[in-house]
Each structure stands twice: as C-alpha cells, then as structure tokens.
Design a protein around this ligand. Structure first.
Ligand SMILES: NC(=O)c1ccc[n+]([C@@H]2O[C@H](COP(=O)([O-])OP(=O)(O)OC[C@H]3O[C@@H](n4cnc5c(N)ncnc54)[C@H](O)[C@@H]3O)[C@@H](O)[C@H]2O)c1
Length: 302
C-alpha cells in the first residue's frame, strides 16, 4: 500500500456505526489512533453518551431520518462533511432475536445507511458482511477448502440471508452509481484478547468449532482490515474474507479436514495451522496482513 494514499485517506471524517459493539470499539480505537476523524454511532452508548470518549451520536439506524442527519452533519455539534461510512451495526448472529426481528433491524439499518450515504454524496462505504455467507455451520459440507470468495453465497440462517442480500444490494448501488466504492468484509468470528483463554479447550473435540472451519478474527486485525478497505481505490462492490492466518486449533489444519470432512477437496498444501478461510484475496487486493494470533497470548501446548 502506498503510504501517501493511506495518509491522505486517514485524514478523513468517517462515521462508524455499531461503535459500541465488540468490533465497533476496536475499529473506532484503531481509526482514531491512526488519526481518522471518527463520528461513532450506535443506538446504545452503554453509559451517558456525554461520557463516551470521543465524538459519539445516539442513532437508531432503522429510522432513515436519523441516519441522514448523522451522515450529513445535520445533528447539532456533529457538523462536518462525511467522507466515508463504516457500517458495523447489526444484530450480530443468528438466534439472538426472533428471525423476523433480526431481519427487520439489519436489513432496514443497512438499506438506510447505503441509501443515506448515496444521498449525501459519500463515495465510500465499508460494511460488515460475515463468514456465515460461506455456508456456515457446514452441515452441508463446504465445496472445497480453503474457502474463498469464488462461489455464490450459501446463507443457512435468516441472519446470513440478510448478509447475502446486503452484498447483492451493494452491487446494485454500485451499478446505479459507478463512482461508489463499497467493500464488504466477511469477518470470521470476532475475538478479543480475553477470549483466547478458552481456545485450548477447543482441541478436545474437532466438532466444537467445525461450524466455521475453526476460523477466527482478532478484533485488532479486523480493524486493520477496515482501515485497508477505507483506502481501497477500485470503484464497485467487492467482498473479502477477513480471518486470522491460523485456526483456533493446535492440531494441523490438514488433519482436521481429513477427520471431519474427508470427502472435501483440499486445494492446496496447507501450512501447519493455516486458516481454512482463505485471506489471499484480502492480502492481494487490500494489503491486509494479520498481525496477531491467539498463540501469542495463550500457551497452545499446555
Ligand atoms: N461477532 C462476530 O463474530 C461477527 C462475525 C462476523 C460478522 N460480524 C458482524 O460484525 C458487525 C459487528 O458485530 P459485533 O460482534 O461487534 O456485534 P455487537 O452486538 O457487539 O455490536 C453491534 C452493535 O450494533 C448496534 N446496533 C444494532 N442495531 C442497531 C440499530 N438499529 N441502530 C443503531 N445501532 C444498532 C448495537 O447496539 C451494537 O452496539 C455486525 O454487523 C455483525 O453481523 C460479527
């Protein structure tokens, strides 16, 4: 990545939705550390919104008017032209709310963000898609491994169906406006450092984490992927799997595939713990390179 491009891109004003959430907190911290002018947005603050560090606005994204105000600098004390949106807000998994409620919230929030960004003339949208569109929980075996972005979404839940529809929606927004850059990041299961203590317990049963092919994403690396996506230059909609370079397991990736999915074609010689959620495209196109591993925090051999 050209450092000058990165430098000019981070001197922008960026709205981050879902800012109070697990991923949002890491992304806001990372972007602010990089010098980005961030307006953090969520429907909950966790505390009195006036006490939240940095600029924060309470917004219910299912209300289009509120989204327009947030993205056009219309809300008092939050003026300023917005250059990009990072849309992370969602009910973040299947089974947390009834399906129709998950769909109603997530589809309305995303439509409103995409549409308000377009109306505000914002040319750059980065949003959280999900590894689930790859076919999780793989009760139907994956088509091959490592998984990549080369096959059509296979949502198996309402949550994932909505993520697949968001990817389709982004393609049409970009067809309507050929200057738009829309980057969907198909995050794996998001982890904070505190989560790593439980990783060694996954080893006893390879079925435990089979549902996402033993993948994960460190929240700090996810934030790096967002930063990289914010300087992606290619107009149009594109999607990228964002995972860490290794699995959650101490056993080799090849042995996991041989035991759990013996009929699935493994298309390359795998490194010992190599991720089965390929990040080759994100590396090649975005310059994403994970810097963290759970193995740096927990003794994987204990
Ligand atoms: N956590 C994971 O493992 C994972 C994996 C893949 C993708 N994702 C996606 O990443 C994004 C962030 O996930 P997370 O783990 O940080 O979830 P989270 O629940 O911790 O954070 C989501 C935030 O979105 C906010 N939100 C939801 N609906 C809203 C609305 N209508 N208006 C305003 N704010 C709203 C919530 O208040 C919450 O703070 C989501 O889009 C999720 O689907 C998460």
């Amino acid at each position: 990545m050209d450092d000058q491009v990165l430098e000019s891109a981070v001197r922008r004003r960026v709205v981050v939705t879902g800012a109070t959430g697990k991923l949002g907190r890491a992304v806001v911290a990372h972007l602010r550390d990089a010098g980005v002018d961030v307006l953090a947005v969520d429907r909950i603050s966790g505390r009195d919104p006036r006490d939240v560090d940095g600029e924060f606005l309470l917004v219910d994204l299912t209300d289009y008017g509120q989204v327009v105000e947030a993205l056009t600098g219309g809300a008092d004390e939050h003026a300023g032209r917005v250059d990009a949106v990072v849309h992370l807000a969602a009910v973040p998994a299947p089974g947390l709310m009834p399906n129709a409620a998950t769909f109603a919230n997530n589809s309305a929030a995303t439509y409103n963000v995409f549409a308000a960004a377009r109306a505000a003339g914002i040319r750059r949208v980065v949003w959280a898609s999900s590894e689930t569109v790859l076919g999780l929980p793989f009760e139907t075996p994956p088509p091959y491994a490592p998984l990549d972005e080369e096959y059509a979404p296979r949502p198996e839940s309402t949550y994932s169906l909505n993520k697949a529809l968001e990817e389709e929606m982004a393609r049409h927004f970009c067809r309507w406006d050929p200057e738009l850059v829309m980057v969907g990041l198909r995050f794996s299961n998001v982890m904070d450092v505190e989560d790593y203590a439980k990783f060694p317990s996954f080893d006893a049963d390879p079925q435990l984490r089979r549902w996402n092919l033993w993948g994960y994403i460190d929240a700090r690396d996810a934030a790096q992927a967002v930063e990289r996506a914010l300087v992606h230059q290619q107009p149009g909609a594109d999607v990228f799997i964002i995972a860490n370079a290794d699995t959650v397991m101490s056993r080799s990736s090849a042995s996991l595939m041989a035991e759990v999915y013996p009929g699935v074609e493994v298309r390359k010689e795998l490194g010992e713990h190599e991720t089965l959620l390929s990040i080759d495209k994100a590396r090649r196109v975005l310059g994403y390179e994970p810097r963290h591993s759970w193995r740096d925090h927990v003794d994987a051999t204990a």
